[in-house]
Ligand binder design. Structure first.
Ligand code: FES
Length: 137
């Protein structure tokens, strides 16, 4: 394992211990919850939109492993200023790049949970989906 990977591991731990944008967003335009049924860990994302429908603020609450919570924390910063379309086009490679570490298939499910919650939240907001709760399956 190289130094670069160590640095990313530190960053993940830091986001886990000191999550950014943690808490409920009052006045959220979009909010949605999801879980990883393998472990029961949950993430709820809150998204506030600007007038042009770009993302103005993102927050989350959750309970879970370091990867899922760090991924939510990092994603909450990454999504600010993005268009809803850009968020919907994100895929797991974007999340792996963001986290900067190789992950096993089990851990990938942890990592992509916040992204899936955000994407489903946007689909619901646009009336394109009727999803009560997102899962990683
Ligand atoms: Fe539950 Fe990671 S172990 S989301």
């Amino acid at each position: 394992m190289g130094l670069g990977s160590d640095m990313y591991r530190q960053q993940i731990l830091d986001h886990y211990k000191n999550p950014r944008n943690y808490g409920e967003l009052e006045d959220a335009d979009i909010e949605h919850v999801g879980d990883n049924p393998m472990c029961g860990d949950t993430i709820k994302m809150f998204i506030q939109l600007a007038e042009d429908e770009t993302i103005e603020r993102v927050s989350f609450i959750g309970d879970g492993c370091a990867i899922s919570q760090a991924s939510a924390s990092m994603l909450s910063g990454e999504l600010r200023g993005e268009s809803l379309e850009a968020v919907r086009e994100m895929d797991r490679d974007d999340i792996v790049d963001m986290l900067g570490v190789e992950l096993s298939p089990m851990r990938i499910k942890c990592a992509v949970l916040p992204e899936k919650v955000a994407q489903d939240a946007i689909a619901i907001y646009r009336g394109e989906a009727d999803i009560e709760e997102t899962t990683t399956e």
